[in-house]
Design a protein around this ligand. Structure first.
Ligand code: ANZ
Ligand code: ZN
Length: 819
């Protein structure tokens, strides 16, 4: 029928699938190989949108493909349900964050049921459920025991409006990413995870991911971790006992150092500052406290700074170097102080030229004098003006200087990381409480495991959650004041909650045994399901979420709870859905509403349109997508199925060979393309097969030919990865039994894949004289007979006697005449 309506079949199959549960992973089955398909779990902000539609259509293809191939597939779903938006909504509506959160989860769950990813709904989890966050707390305590969770005071980004600390990534151009307020620096005691202890392993283990994760994600992680090698050099400070150590990647330029710079906001600057410069220094430091890290590191900005009134002594030549404070040196990197080599470092040069400090070339690069041009020469060259290392190349000079410093005890080789420890505490309500009790007598006391979970205090809602600079939990005095678990004395609960990135760093372990109460996960089940075979999600998580998940996995490995060190074997980052060439936005008014699209075209059309639009990692411009075209294609498929005139189970072998070959080729190519994540190409092949089948019905062997059924069945099974409702419907129309997802991926008969003829080259005395079309399986003697019968070959031989004939069937025959 021409009027197949993909929307009409949705309700019917949604209900039947719910009863059949075709997607539940089988915990007991030990015979089938297992596969784990994971989608980045959603945040419950309203209903599903086009971005979800894309991500989950893409993530569903491998999961359904593996089901068709007979694997035991785990494809779970859950919600990342703690976080600030719920809290803001609760403040606005005078309600509890749980109300907004769980209402949105219900909405999204219903939309997912309709969108029909092949989820195992029995494993659903929410990170804001006490049954889940009990184990987030348990993990926190294990980290604590291992020295991986600790408190320290330090400068943090503080949003005065949201009244909470922000991670560096949440500060954009000096402003709060959420509310736009100007971000301040505050000194606060906060909880950190010691991810820096794992910096080397996080880098080195990337070898396991090479070629399986997108290159750019690996590059972003590498840059974020930022390992560099160089030297620590100790400078004696006049009038101070302790030397100042600086980190440099260019110890070969030590003779070119002409001043030292200390981070203006580092304690060191305050300590080193001479009395007569104090007023100037403090005024400058106040200015700096209002700047963001991004601003500070910008090379575009005019340099600022203040002289601290003191001198450092260069350990290799005894020169006196004036010490300055500036914002371009960061307190938290290296030692918060640098030796400035203006000739070979642009930022140092800008600073030197601004404040009239000397510039000395110590590497001969062949380029013009930086003091004249204002352009530093960071490149390689022979060392000059540097006493014992003159004439050496860069690597030799570095090795030699380190040797000299080492011998004198004034320096040593050093490695530095850009990676900082992970600040995990937040002064917000809607998060996982930190399971620590503060006792005056005992200090920090972990909540005993058998008292977990520490649930959020009840009774707080609406305005109680409004930011006040301390955590809203502090207001719940009944909850806060407790007995110390150690000494029984009066004590207070920690009132901070954890960064939601902690919740999402281990959810994929929990899916393996979601109801388990003996630990965060059943070790044996994780051993069977993990690592994740395919992880699908947005590139916005290329750094933090993936880095934190990798970190958690390594800690769990060290705890002996898992046997692998990387959680995700393969990673796929889908592109964005844009419209009219631009990101969808309220202000541009170019948003596309998923609900409306589905109401108009049906789920299958949307999924098909998304997957057909291009490779999954590319952006999709909805303005270029043709849902109508997709809809027509699905009706064509449906019509073919309804015209098939042979019975189920008919012997395909008696079908039309031409069409059978087309089926085999399509299956073969679709298999390769799906495995290589080129879903759009697989769909294009299926579309070609649909046209070929149409022709076979209309002007070929006709609808009763068994090959037509073979084609229609193969199309249904292949489409089940992409347009599940239509696939199921036509499977039924074809007289087969639901669910189509368990039908089994079609096998391409190798005999049908063989080309029908091949070209055989016939040579006489090494020269090509003829080409013959022959069957690929032709026998050698038959081929020799055909070659010798060729008129061109006989011409070339000119009656000469034959010495020998070399036959390589079916491609070459070489005839050697006697001389
Ligand atoms: C002297 C020098 C000469 C440097 C030269 C570079 C080029 P990466 O590769 O990122 O580790 N540096 C050290 N600590 C710093 C801090 N706290 N804030 C800002 N900059 C800092 O960079 C290391 C280089 O960055 C170090 O090497 C230091 O400058 C600077 F021709 O020392 B170099
Ligand atoms: Zn105590």
């Amino acid at each position: 029928d021409e009027h197949y309506d993909p929307r009409a079949v949705q309700d019917k199959w949604q209900a039947r699938w719910a009863a059949l549960e075709p997607f539940a992973a089988d915990e007991k089955d030990e015979t089938r190989e297992r596969r784990y398909a994971l989608d980045m779990f959603p945040y419950p902000s309203g209903d599903l949108h086009m971005g979800h539609a894309e991500a989950f259509a893409i993530g569903d293809v491998p999961a359904r493909y593996w089901l068709q191939r007979g694997y035991n597939v785990l494809h779970p779903i859950g919600w990342d349900s703690f976080g600030l938006p719920a809290e803001n909504a609760a403040i606005k509506r005078d309600s509890h964050p749980a109300e907004w959160t769980y209402a949105n989860i219900d909405t999204q769950a219903a939309s997912f049921q309709r969108y029909a990813p092949s989820f195992d709904w029995t494993r659903r989890l929410h990170t804001s459920d006490p049954e889940y966050y009990k184990w987030t707390q348990w993990l926190f305590l294990r980290f604590y025991e291992r020295g991986l969770a600790y408190r320290k005071g330090g400068h943090v980004n503080w949003c005065p409006k949201d009244q909470t600390v922000l991670a560096n990534e949440q500060v954009v151009g000096g402003h709060c990413e959420r509310c736009g307020a100007l971000v301040e620096k505050r000194v606060l005691t906060q909880w950190y995870f010691k991810i820096t202890d794992y910096a080397d392993r996080l880098l080195d283990d990337m070898a396991q991911l090479e070629g399986k994760w997108p290159d750019r994600v690996l590059l972003m992680q590498r840059n974020w971790i930022g390992r560099s090698t160089g030297a620590d050099v100790d400078f004696v400070i006049e009038g101070r006992d302790e030397p100042v150590t600086v980190y440099t990647t260019r110890p070969d330029t030590l003779y070119g150092a002409t001043f030292m710079v200390v981070a203006a906001d580092a304690a060191l600057a305050d300590e080193v500052c001479a009395p007569d410069q104090r007023a100037a220094f403090e005024a400058y430091r106040d200015e700096v406290s209002r700047e963001s890290e991004i601003e500070r590191l910008s090379t575009e900005r005019e340099k600022t700074g203040v002289f601290l009134g003191r001198y450092a002594i260069n350990p290799v030549n005894g020169e006196r170097l004036p010490i300055w404070a500036s914002d371009y040196v960061l307190a938290e990197y290296g030692h918060g102080a640098i030796m400035a080599v203006p000739a070979h470092d642009q930022r140092d040069l800008d600073f030197a030229l601004k404040f009239g400090l000397p510039v000395r070339v110590v590497v001969e690069t062949g380029l013009a004098d930086p003091a004249e041009t204002g352009v530093a020469t960071p490149g390689d060259g022979a060392v000059v003006n540097s006493g014992p290392i003159d004439g050496l190349t860069k690597p030799d000079a570095i090795a030699r200087i380190i040797e000299i410093l080492d011998r004198r005890g004034t320096g040593r080789a050093a490695v530095n990381f850009r990676l900082r420890d992970w600040l995990v505490s937040r002064q917000r309500f809607w998060g996982c409480p930190i399971p620590i009790i503060h006792c005056e007598a005992c200090g920090e006391v972990p909540v005993p495991d058998d008292q977990l979970p520490v649930t959020l205090p009840e009774g707080l809602r609406g305005a109680d959650l409004a930011p006040k600079g301390t955590s809203p939990l502090a207001a719940a005095s009944d909850w806060v004041n407790v007995e110390c678990p150690k000494c029984g004395g009066p004590a207070r609960r920690d009132t901070d909650t954890m960064d939601t990135f902690v919740d999402s760093s281990w959810y994929f372990f929990r899916y393996c045994s979601p109801g388990y109460d003996g630990g965060p996960f059943d070790v044996e089940r994780v051993r069977r399901w993990m690592p994740v075979d395919q992880y699908t999600g947005g590139v916005e998580h290329a750094i933090l979420h993936l880095l934190y998940s990798r970190f958690f996995t390594k800690v769990l490995y060290d705890m002996g709870m898992v046997e692998f060190t990387e959680p995700f074997r393969r990673l796929l980052n889908q592109g964005q859905v844009i419209n009219e060439g631009k990101a969808m936005s309220k202000t541009l008014g170019n948003g596309v509403d998923l609900g409306e699209q589905i109401a108009e075209f049906g789920v299958d059309v949307i999924r098909l349109a998304i997957l057909f639009s291009g490779p999954p990692e590319d952006d999709i411009d909805w303005a270029d997508v043709s849902p109508h075209g997709m809809s027509k294609f699905l009706s064509r498929v449906h019509r073919i199925a309804s015209e098939v005139a042979s019975a189920p189970g008919v012997d395909f072998a008696s079908g039309d060979v031409g069409l059978r070959r087309a089926v085999a080729r399509t299956v073969d190519e679709a298999t390769t393309q799906v495995e290589n994540e080129r879903f759009n190409v697989a769909i294009a092949r299926i579309m070609e097969l649909v046209s070929t089948t149409r022709k076979a019905i209309d002007s070929g062997p006709g609808a009763a030919d068994p090959a037509v059924r073979e084609a229609a069945e193969a199309i249904a099974v292949m489409l089940s990865l992409i347009a599940p409702y239509t696939a199921e419907e036509i499977w039924e129309v074809l007289g087969r039994t639901a669910p189509v997802i368990r039908a089994g991926w079609p096998a391409a008969d190798p005999a049908l894949l063989v080309e029908e003829s091949v070209t055989c080259v016939v040579q006489v005395a090494g020269k090509v004289r003829d080409r013959l079309d022959v069957p690929p399986g032709i026998a050698g003697d038959e081929l020799e007979r055909l070659a010798l019968a060729s008129a061109r070959v006989q011409d070339a031989l000119g009656g000469a006697e034959i010495a020998k004939v070399v036959v390589r069937a079916p491609k070459i025959v070489n005839i050697v005449p006697k001389r």
